[in-house]
Write a protein that binds this ligand. Structure first.
Ligand SMILES: Cc1cc2nc3c(=O)[nH]c(=O)nc-3n(C[C@H](O)[C@H](O)[C@H](O)COP(=O)(O)OP(=O)(O)OC[C@H]3O[C@@H](n4cnc5c(N)ncnc54)[C@H](O)[C@@H]3O)c2cc1C
Length: 436
């Protein structure tokens, strides 16, 4: 039984671990036309990496070539960001875009075209993919870039694994002086105040806000904006940090599998939110290592177990700037009125769309909100109401977090989406979204 990070849904699946390109070609041949989907580390939330047959790329995990002078790396698609960072950080190199977890593969980062706290400045992950090698439905390995097989290159970035199996990629890296970031936090009393702060600070390279999902009325959308920028060597030397290019630690805390889900109850959440707001009641400045700046949730292994056996559902959507304030207010008010506790609520400012990405690519200039809920049938009903608000405000939801979007709503959100090789590469999600 296989599931992704949200643990909803489950499916009975056969996993094909691939350890070489030849093995991938042979497995594809042997399955002669049966449907399958590639999988990285299963960190998508819903059913994007689920199918009856799943090709796991985790053993395709070799770094192939590093050109330090030009900051370019060629590597296999199953390499985890965390393993890549352990090698490149000591050399003063980093990934230009990282999501909120380092426990994803390069293939997963390309297929979802993941974004970070710097989308408004740096765009999404796909912008830094110089080329990739793709195993297609007819068993060929094609080199794809903006110069070669361009249409396939575009369809693969943000294509959610439906064009083939990314075996290898060449990436542009960025340079860092230190592994540390300077974070400044600003409290906001409402959603409008928070958006005002985002706009004031849009020149900061990194921006993200935490929202108190339990607040309603005039305080709806109150939260804390965190801005960030890289820390220079001189600044760090003044603060006496011993190793400016320190690699992230391994997580020590672990949430066991069968922890009772009542532990995560509204009272604890209320206390947690109050504590967070108290800590950030005044503007605060902090020097943070990249592990806690980019990946705070990775400090606790398997934190998804906190949500219990039934799992969690995340609703992440983006709305254009012109509709963000009214649309996000309507979404938060609908959640509040439903009396269902949202656990983690995160707001980001998104920049331009990628010119080289699939029609299913998520980002658009505007604001994106992500809300975590414990699974329940009432939450699924609530999501249908939220879909309507998102559509009314010309927005869309992020497919890598989705487990239940109906086909009709998907067509309104992504009117140009098409499936590339529906006869071979399709997930349970694409079967649902494309009515297959
Ligand atoms: C705690 C947490 C925080 C997160 N924060 C963010 C965030 O800030 N920003 C963001 O954008 N995302 C975020 N995500 C989502 C995550 O980055 C994406 O879901 C990512 O795609 C997961 O990568 P994976 O390797 O686990 O791939 P999987 O989950 O295994 O697969 C995801 C998709 O990629 C496809 N795929 C995987 N490998 C390949 C391959 N080799 N070839 C072709 N297709 C492939 C799969 O078919 C599937 O459609 C977060 C997830 C978690 C759990």
């Amino acid at each position: 039984m296989l599931h992704n990070w949200g643990k909803y849904p489950f499916t009975d699946a056969r996993l094909y671990p691939l350890s070489s390109y030849q093995e991938a070609i042979s497995a594809l041949e042997q399955l002669s036309g049966q449907v399958l989907i590639p999988r990285g580390n299963g960190r998508c939330y819903g059913d994007s990496a689920l199918q009856r047959r799943v090709f796991s790329t985790l053993q395709l995990n070799k770094l192939l070539q590093l050109n330090e002078e030009d900051a370019i790396i060629r590597l296999q698609a199953g390499v985890l960001l965390e393993d890549l960072l352990s090698v490149i950080v000591p050399k003063g190199l980093f990934l230009p875009v990282v999501p909120g977890t380092r426990l994803i593969t390069i293939g997963g980062a390309i297929a979802a075209n993941v974004h970070g706290k710097n989308h408004h400045h740096a765009g999404a992950f796909g912008r830094y993919v110089k080329s990739l090698k793709l195993l297609t439905a007819d068993g060929q390995i094609l080199l794809c870039s903006t110069a070669e097989n361009e249409a396939l290159f575009k369809a693969t970035i943000g294509g959610m694994g439906t064009t083939g199996i990314v075996l290898e990629a060449t990436l542009q890296l960025s340079r860092i002086e230190t592994a540390y970031y300077q974070q400044q936090s600003y409290p906001a009393t409402s959603l409008l105040h928070l958006i005002e702060l985002f706009e004031q600070h849009q020149s900061a390279p990194y921006l993200v806000a935490w929202i108190d999902g339990l607040a309603g009325g005039k305080q709806l959308g109150r939260g804390v904006l965190h801005t960030g920028r890289p820390c220079s060597k001189e600044e760090l030397a003044a603060k006496a940090f011993p190793d400016p290019l320190l690699v992230h630690p391994t997580a020590k805390l672990n949430i066991p599998r069968f922890i009772p889900s009542w532990l995560l109850q509204p009272l604890i959440l209320r206390l947690n939110n109050a504590f967070y707001r108290w800590n950030n009641r005044k503007p605060v400045s902090q020097t943070k290592h990249y592990a806690s700046f980019f990946f705070p949730l990775d400090a606790i292994k398997h934190w998804n177990n906190l949500y219990g056996k039934k799992g969690l559902l995340q609703y992440q959507f983006v709305l254009p700037f012109s509709a963000s304030a009214t649309g996000i207010t309507a979404i938060l008010a609908t959640v509040h009125a439903a009396r269902i506790s949202p656990y983690l609520v995160v707001l980001k400012r998104m920049g331009e769309r990628s010119p080289h990405a699939a029609a299913t690519d998520f980002p658009m200039p505007g604001y994106s909100l992500a809300i975590d809920f414990k699974y329940s049938p009432q939450v699924l009903d609530l999501f249908h109401r939220l879909d309507e608000i998102v559509i009314q405000h010309s927005g869309r939801i992020y497919l890598t977090k989705d487990a239940r979007l109906p086909a009709a709503a998907f067509r309104k959100m992504y009117p140009e989406a098409v499936l590339h090789s529906p006869e071979i590469f399709r997930s349970l999600q694409s079967e649902r979204l494309f009515d297959l």
